[in-house]
Design a protein around this ligand. Sequence first.
Ligand SMILES: [Zn+2]
Length: 267
Amino acid sequence: MIKFNRYPGGKPHALTMSYDDGRNFDRQLVDIFNRYGLKGSFHLNSGFFDTQNYVTADEVADLYRGHEISCHTLTHPFLEKIPVAEVVNQILADKENLEELAGYPVRGMSYPFGTYNEEVINALRVCGMEYSRTTLATMNWNMPDDFMRWHPSCHHKACLELLDKFEATLKNRPHAAVGAMLYVWGHSYEFNNDQNWDLMEEFASRIGGREDFWYATNIEIVDYQNALKALRFSRKCDLVTNPSAISVWIEVDGTPVEVKPGETKKL
Ligand SMILES: [Zn+2]
């Protein structure tokens, strides 16, 4: 039996972090992520760079190196309450500003205020967005059906609760934890407002640096899933071709198997 439940290196679990707005407290948060080896996506409003309490355009490339620089619109409007032409402008202007700083195509985003509708999603796709995160917590670790409606596992306020639930599953029903993708979101300034940086320190120290976890940015999760979906199988599923540019791992009768880029493999 072949299963799509493995991550790079054959690892059984993934963790991705997602932080909005690009406020100056991102510096402290990135420092925590870097110390524990966590990877995050930072959804930035480039229209606010260099204003009070926001990061500066000058520091963006260095600060977020190793993480993902991602869109959050130019100036943070409710996207479903403005003309679609302005939606397009809000995304493309942000994307262009960020790409000039990041040096790579910026392909994802999170919804300002977590709100959207069908028309907004259509506009975002046309603008080259490949995923967009909502604020609806699932408290589970399933891969989303639709990356344009990517509901996170939880806000960071519930991250220890999520981790406790995951650890309990790992202990009691380990098969239900294979393929798990934990997704935590928030705003870095909330740690300052709530004076609870220790919450993220505790979460990161418990979940960071583990052999069973792949620490990924949001777009790395999307790219990996797309590569999995692109695998081509023979009628008997005893041959597989990986036409994409990255290695993928699948489970074959319970064992993780790597299929290299461009490889056709006998299973
Ligand atoms: Zn926001």
